[in-house]
Design a protein around this ligand. Sequence first.
Ligand code: PLP
Length: 398
Amino acid sequence: MNELRRAGRHFLQIPGPTNVPDRILRAIDRPTIDHRGPEFQRLARTVLEGLKTIFRTSGPVVIYPASGTGAWEAALVNTLAPGDRVLMVETGHFATLWCELAKRLGLDPVLLPGDWRSGVDPRAIEAALAEDRTRRIAAVCIVHNETSTGVRSDVAAVRRAIDRAGHPALFMVDTISSLASMDYRHEEWGVDVTVGGSQKGLMLPPGLSFNAVSQKALAAHRAARLPRGYFDWTAMLEANRRGFFPYTPATNLLFGLAEAIAMLHEEGLERVFARHERHAAATRAAVEAWGLEIVARLPAERSASLTGVLLPEGADADTLRALILDRFDLSLGAGLGKLAGRCFRIGHLGDLNDLTLLATLAGVEMGLRLFGLLPRASGLEAAQAVLLGELTSARAAA
Ligand SMILES: *Cc1c(COP(=O)(O)O)cnc(C)c1O
């Protein structure tokens, strides 16, 4: 272990957990309060109402003291019965993990195959639902922003596909790496359960996750038969109505959550989304200048919160990441699952500005040089041109 002190701030540019702003750290750094007292009740009501503005829903949002995986499980056990068929799409590692979890819970998931470089094809969903004449499929589950690849899917288009098929399945969406970074509308897009997490766009430490719940999901909940205990919406919603939780909540993370929601509204959600789109465009310009390939095939599907970068055949991305961490104190995301060692991921979500992004891209560019993958041109210059408005990409202009 290197025991020398490293001056300056560590660059945590993985696609979650993201770096936590000082304001949120200070909000968390307070004595824990009685979670059955009036001060807590005010805090709970503030965050329960505030979250609705982030998910864009008028319905309830449940908060769990759990990582995102807990909220995945909660979405399934609260609405489904043993053996229910669930339609999922193999967009990448996270979609695959959610599918495996569904299997372990006694569901019957069908995973539409994918190439780990593309988003959800609404026509494939429509076709699978149209074929399901006996209405065995109880839910369609997709990942809005596949964090293992940096590919976004069109949630509204999937909703329209379900409607065209005239199928009654519930619609569930994982927004763990898109919520509060990319435009998302639980109610307008007709989503029944939205799954979120604290440690990405919400700029909090890991430890909280969420279910935004529609009226249709609540109706399914009343008839659902999978065993559920800790994650049961009924006990949670009942306690939440009084401003409390059915068990000890993660009180200090809730202080941070209230601060995060306030910060997002001070900046304005539309400006938050535009900032992420702009930083993504600058990052893509850098990758293209370096002469490297972006994991996401279609420009329209490229994520605003992270960029996955493929290395040429034979180059080990984990060695490159280790070198960059060692030399520049910069953490980049690893390739996951099928993409292990083949790609690295640059997180550009959460609390960052133009210069944070440029420093990150400088770290990658210098790392590539040291690694012997000589960049074709300066990615930093290309990124600056986008940030200065001299060069626009389709997404930045949109
Ligand atoms: C991070 C992430 C998860 C996993 O959440 P954990 O907090 O690690 O349990 C799931 N889905 C997506 C899309 C993610 O980005």
